[in-house]
Design a protein around this ligand. Sequence first.
Ligand code: C2O
Ligand code: CU
Ligand code: CU
Length: 530
Amino acid sequence: MPLSGLIPFVDRLPIPRVLKPVSQNRISTNYIVRMTEFRQKLHRDLPPTRLWGYEGKYPGPTIETHKNRLIKVLWLNKLPSRHLLPVDKTIHGANHGAPEVRTVVHVHDGVSPPDSDGHPEAWFTRGFKQTGPYFRRKISRYPNRQQATTLWYHDHALGITRLNVYAGLAGFYLLRDKHEKSLQLPKGKFEIPLLIQDRSFNKDGSLFYPKKPTPAPPKSPTPSIVPEFFGDTILVNGKVWPFLEVQPRKYRLRLANGSNARFYTLSFTSGQPFIQIGTDGGLLPKPVLVKKLILGPAERADVIVDFSKYKGQTITLKNNARAPFPNGDPVDPKTTGLVMQFRVTQPLKQKDNSRVPVRLNRIAPLFPHQASRVRNLPLVESTDRFGRLMLLLDNKRWDDPITEKPRLNSVEVWNLINTTPDTHPIHLHLVHFQIVNRQPFDVAQFNANGKLMFTGPSRPPDPNEKGLKDTVRANPGEVTRIIARFGPFTGEYVWHCHILEHEDHEMMRPMFISPNKTKSVVHNNHPTTV
Ligand code: C2O
Ligand code: CU
Ligand code: CU
């Protein structure tokens, strides 16, 4: 049984250290990152928790780099051979004879070549004794030819991503550039990355991850899956409900939702807004004032928060109860309704001359008429032959042949047709996309005859979604239209729901960016699961 009852706001917010390179030359900056098992204190009153992490820390060290700077990382698996958490060997990936402990790192939002992207089947074990079927360079290369933004790196091994990330395998990756620097945003110790994740604990401090769904499903011949994990405590940078002492001035917060399944609707008890300046893929065209900031799994928000009028006050960052999601994430105002606290107790040491510029960025819009192809991609709930829940994209499973094969540099519109009762945060690797709009449709009609009948007008994206995105919330009963130019690399990537339990239960598909000359594509086609 998970243990709650921890006291909030007794631990200081940790700031992950910036990772030091092992070497550097004209061509690249080079890092080595080891994945190990260790114990770490996550709350004052909790015994140290056994975790997996990068460089002995949860979250891992922050990788900080600059646009166009090539970085190379040797990711080393030094983990034990048994998993920290209960592994379900009946789901995909695990039954292709793959070892129980396998890892592969994905830089989320990275525009990386396919041999370095962290393809789920490019996994490797301790000492590279075994490697997955997908080709991967031993030393990953990240060219960083994209604009400044908040990225994060996390594990992506097929079938166990939810467990590897839950065990602690995640960290920040901050990409900077000249333009961003010229804006005079709050920097140094006034720029704070916040990785938000929910966890549950056993009395001995160990991580709790359910073996079985609660409530138990009706009798089925094989165990059913855990459809979504929701923890009963909220951690920021690896501490349960931490606090941070701040000066009465502007801060830049880099928020990332690194939770398995939980959506957040964030707000301040002071009633002040977030001044959102950036989203997944970089700066927004102009700042947007947001009172309630919604972050689905994997979404990021770059925000400025001004504490100058709150000298001496304590401000809580809350997660509003009753988020507008039907996903059933339980929000209790006394526990999961709390995130962290800001105490405006430090004296202002220096005049704050950081700014919130009126114009932040230029984003070349993509228009549907530029698209060479429109794909209708239903998000569906289904069951396997044992009656277990499966979540599918376009009614296909991971091992089915690749169907999304955009041509290099072509523009496509993807209609994400959500026929399920849940919001799914849909993520595409490699590309940044723009949200065209969302439109309600008749789900029953669609399920009956595949016809899209709209039941209302389309809505433009929210003001703070009008930037480059890599993850979009696809709401139930809506078609979410996104548009992207597919490139700059060719090869096999993936797209998936970023609810990690969904991703691990078939809500992930390969996609192949094909060179302009046609060539046949072979997907790593294994005999299918069950
Ligand atoms: Cu953040 Cu494919 O993942
Ligand atoms: Cu990604
Ligand atoms: Cu999902």
